[in-house]
Design a protein around this ligand. Structure first.
Ligand SMILES: Cc1ncc(COP(=O)(O)O)c(C=O)c1O
Length: 397
């Protein structure tokens, strides 16, 4: 059957493709260390699982408002006030199928066909295709390791045109783990205000910020910036609930009304009992700091092991999230088994074939000089993986 031609420009998620390859190899009996996953390796806390059982027992299984049940939107408002100093009314909140759908829906209602969306590079893999699905044009804003992959106003000025409509800002960043401070956020969002560019602030890694760093929400920068920002968040990363698919957006009423209209035809709403369990989940985040300590320890261990086994001096030290994004281009041009490594896909293939370690090629994030390592796995796996990478790298000529 023929599919619509315009969809040919959409590519499947590259991280999911690597994951698929790992599953295939494992099913053939190969022992693979996977440093690919983009989800917490901790389980959803029991009190949340119990809350979903209670909701099911109460037969909370029927349709709800497309925007999400009021008690959940109230709980989200409470969270945004408590954690981020942001005052929203429940009419300014929409509950979505993960943060992924919140970003997509926001792009659908903000961008007209042919308008441009600024996507700082390296970027989370889905942003460019989400923009294209919304009939917009992704415009990449190059950042550099020297500036810790942070955007500058000069970078933005270089790509701005009269068609620029939105900037997607991911803080802390997947894949770099880098966090913007309030001063930097203020500069970027004031520039956006001046240019009439809306900020979609993807804050899904907000809770995973290492010791000594402080997360600030973009919308917290000023009243005008609050009115020019769509804040995106969800329970996937903070509450280890990736498979539950709970995300949300907070924004001016008109934007949320348009997103609700869109969602009512596209999805209706997420599962009713999961919405009820999410109210309970949002009331307790006391279990999170322990996980953050574990992620930080793993990141620090990985940095040390990378220096030892990969003689890598060039990895920006993450402030949060659970990823590292080292530069590996010094291996480009080297050969193994008659094959030459000429980019991040070759590098990831080499590591998979020769070290049995799976990583994501940097090209998936718009940077061919890097690979991404996830530390959402045990310290033993990380140590084993890095040792194997070290042994494989010795084979390169
Ligand atoms: C930066 C970023 N934004 C959004 C998402 C989507 O999260 P969710 O599971 O809530 O859809 C991810 C997931 O990996 C992510 O890394």
């Amino acid at each position: 059957m023929k599919t619509a031609k315009w969809l040919d420009c959409i590519v499947p998620s590259p991280t999911m493709a690597v994951n698929q390859k790992v599953i295939e190899l494992k099913s053939k009996g190969k022992k693979i260390v996977s440093l690919v996953v983009g989800e917490p390796d901790f389980e959803t806390p029991d009190f949340i699982k119990e809350a979903v059982a209670v909701a099911l027992k109460k037969n909370l299984t029927r349709y709800t408002e497309a925007q999400g049940i009021l008690s959940l939107r109230e709980a989200i408002c409470e969270k945004l006030k408590r954690d981020n100093g942001l005052h929203y009314d429940p009419s300014q909140i929409i509950v979505t199928c993960g943060a992924k759908q919140a970003i997509s829906a926001a792009l659908f209602v903000l961008v007209d066909s042919g308008e441009e969306v600024l996507v700082p590079s390296p970027y989370w893999v889905s942003y460019p295709d989400m923009v294209k699905l919304a009939r917009g044009i992704p415009v990449f804003v190059e950042t550099t390791a020297n500036n810790r992959y942070k955007l500058t106003i000069d970078d933005l000025e270089k790509v701005y045109t009269s068609k620029t409509r939105v900037l997607i800002l991911n803080n802390p960043s997947n894949p770099t783990g880098v966090l913007y401070n309030k001063e930097e956020l203020l500069k970027i969002s004031e520039w956006c205000l001046k240019k009439g560019v809306v900020v979609i602030s993807d804050e899904v890694y907000e809770k995973i910020v290492f010791s000594g760093r402080k997360f600030v929400s973009t919308a917290n920068c000023s009243e005008e910036i609050y009115n020019n920002t769509v804040t995106i968040n969800g329970l996937s990363k903070s509450h280890c609930m990736t498979g539950w698919r709970v995300g949300y957006a907070a924004a001016p009423k008109r934007v949320i009304a348009a997103m609700t209209n869109f969602q009512s035809h596209f999805l209706s709403h997420i599962a009713t009992f999961i919405q009820h369990a999410s109210v309970v989940a949002l009331k307790d985040d006391s279990f999170i700091p322990k996980m953050v300590v574990a992620y930080e320890e793993r990141v620090n261990t990985t940095l040390e092991l990378m220096k030892k086994h990969m003689s890598l001096s060039n990895c920006v030290v993450p402030d949060g999230a659970f990823y590292l994004f080292p530069t590996v281009n010094k291996y480009y041009g080297k050969t193994y088994n008659g094959k030459t490594i000429s980019g991040s896909i070759d590098m990831a293939t080499f590591l998979l074939e020769e070290a049995n370690v799976a990583v994501v090629p940097g090209l998936a994030f718009g940077m061919d000089n890097n690979i991404r390592l996830s530390v959402a796995t045990s310290l033993t796996e990380i140590q084993d993986g890095l040792e194997k990478i070290g042994q494989a790298l010795i084979k390169l000529n």
